[in-house]
Design a protein around this ligand. Structure first.
Ligand code: PLP
Ligand code: ZN
Length: 438
């Protein structure tokens, strides 16, 4: 990390102001920019363009990054997403850190063989601190909130964001309000409450109602709503899923990526991350294709893709994949465009296919995913059956949440335990079916 601070280390003043200037020099992010009209903004807690209401994204000094950041400086960093700090909009060298990121990329030989893929990889993000990829986006948003001087963080959650925010708030010592919709899996409510947030607030209505309320509250209170007013920073965390896949493949971009879609930010930012690695000279210019996976019971992005339009029509979600149940996805149009322009597809999986996908992944690769993972595996299977992949392509499927969060989704599809008395005879007769017959 030494190379990141060379300009700053020449400054010797000790006043507060000078210190904050010193810090700000260590950040390679230079501002925000509207992703629709290109209007520029400072690195403030803002997320919507005043000119066209488009969403804002973070821009970087790519020339400085190309000069200062190498494969070696990254590899010398921690075994967490903070190894990519220079490529994130965070200045501090000592971020609040739960150890998110740098999760295993598994060569999925058995599942690959079933699907006709020699080089299928599973990015296993089930093993993050609160058991979903949301720990990545929260790591960036919460540290940005601290840098912006905020003392309270909040979020609108479909289930996995709430525990990630509550855990980060606990470690950072921040006040914390997490907002969730009705009908969430009990495991997810417990997973949020256990970290002792100021309040877990259950809002009557679905996620889209929760999100509307949070947008109003973010206008009233100077709080960091990680996925509302801090959304440009939050979304940057998903780039690390793209960075890691490339680094773990020996600094090579995958040929094809399959990712689940709720708001669409995850998939779009994986692509942004991989492009950024090429922008700063860490990999050669990739030609990765991007495919997205939705639940059939909440498929506004897949519907738009099928209808050859970027006009994503909101839907009312009805699916067991609650973590993906966003009826009005903010990044939907960008996800449609990414899939179309890169040569990918956006597919949808029914509830029975989702359950089957969870079981298939567990039985072949030993990874127990929550419903979003079932969606991804089910769509991966559809795409393989449609002949979308060449057999020697490197395909990475993103498994973004842990199955222990949604055990009820599969409970009914699994055999009950075989009951026996504590005797060898009963074991042999009932389990092995070889009992003595006299
Ligand atoms: C939130 C979430 C996603 C999708 O994220 P978006 O960026 O909103 O598309 C995928 N998988 C899991 C498990 C999630 O919790
Ligand atoms: Zn704009």
């Amino acid at each position: 990390m030494v190379t990141l601070t060379d300009t700053a280390s020449t400054t010797t003043t000790t006043t507060r102001d000078a210190q904050s200037t010193t810090l700000s020099r260590r950040i390679y992010a230079t501002g925000l920019r509207c992703r629709v009209c290109g209007e520029g903004y400072p690195l403030d807690p803002v997320h919507v363009c005043e000119r066209c209401f488009g969403p804002l994204g973070v821009v970087y000094d790519d020339a400085a990054l190309a000069r200062d950041v190498t494969r070696e400086t990254i590899a010398a960093g921690p075994a967490t997403l903070w190894r990519y700090r220079a490529l994130l909009p965070i200045a501090t060298e000592h971020p609040v850190d739960l150890g998110a990121g740098w999760t295993p990329l598994l060569h999925a030989r058995r599942l690959g063989a079933l699907l006709g893929l020699e080089r299928l990889y599973i990015k296993n993000d089930c093993v993050n601190p609160t058991y979903s990829f949301k720990d990545r986006v929260v790591a960036v948003a919460v540290n940005r909130a601290i840098e912006l001087g905020m003392d309270t963080i909040a979020c609108a959650s479909t289930g996995n964001l709430a525990p990630a925010v509550a855990a980060a708030a606990a470690v950072a010592g921040l006040r914390c309000y997490v907002f969730v919709p009705e009908g969430l899996e009990p495991a997810k409510l417990i997973n949020a409450a256990v970290y002792g947030p100021t309040a877990v607030v259950q809002v009557k209505g679905n996620y889209d109602a929760v999100n509307r309320l949070c947008a109003e509250l973010a206008d009233t209170y100077n709080w960091g709503f990680v996925n509302v007013n801090l959304r440009p920073y939050y979304a940057e965390g998903s780039k690390t899923l793209g960075f890691e896949a490339c680094e773990q493949l020996g600094w090579q971009a995958p040929d094809h990526i399959v990712a689940p879609i709720a708001s669409g930010a995850l998939m779009v930012k994986i692509a942004r991350g991989i492009e950024q690695l090429a922008d700063v000279g860490l990999i050669s210019r990739p030609r990765t294709r991007y495919s997205g996976a939705q639940a059939a019971g909440c498929a506004p992005v897949a519907n738009a893709f099928a209808a050859h339009t970027e006009d994503v029509r909101p839907v009312r979600p009805d699916t067991i994949a609650r973590s993906l149940a966003i009826g009005n996805p903010a990044d939907g149009p960008f996800a449609v465009r990414l899939a179309r322009q890169s040569g990918g597809i956006i597919g949808a999986a029914t509830d029975p296919e989702i359950v089957e996908g969870i079981g298939l992944l567990a039985r072949t690769e030993g990874v127990f995913a929550e419903t979003a993972g079932g969606v991804t595996i089910a769509v991966l299977k559809q795409l393989a059956a449609q002949g979308l992949f060449r057999s020697d392509e490197t395909v990475v499927a993103y498994i973004t949440g842990n199955g222990l969060k949604t055990p009820d989704a599969v409970a009914g599809s699994l055999p009950a335990p075989t009951q026996i008395s504590a005797s060898v005879e009963d074991f042999e007769e009932t389990v092995l079916g070889t009992g003595a017959c006299d």
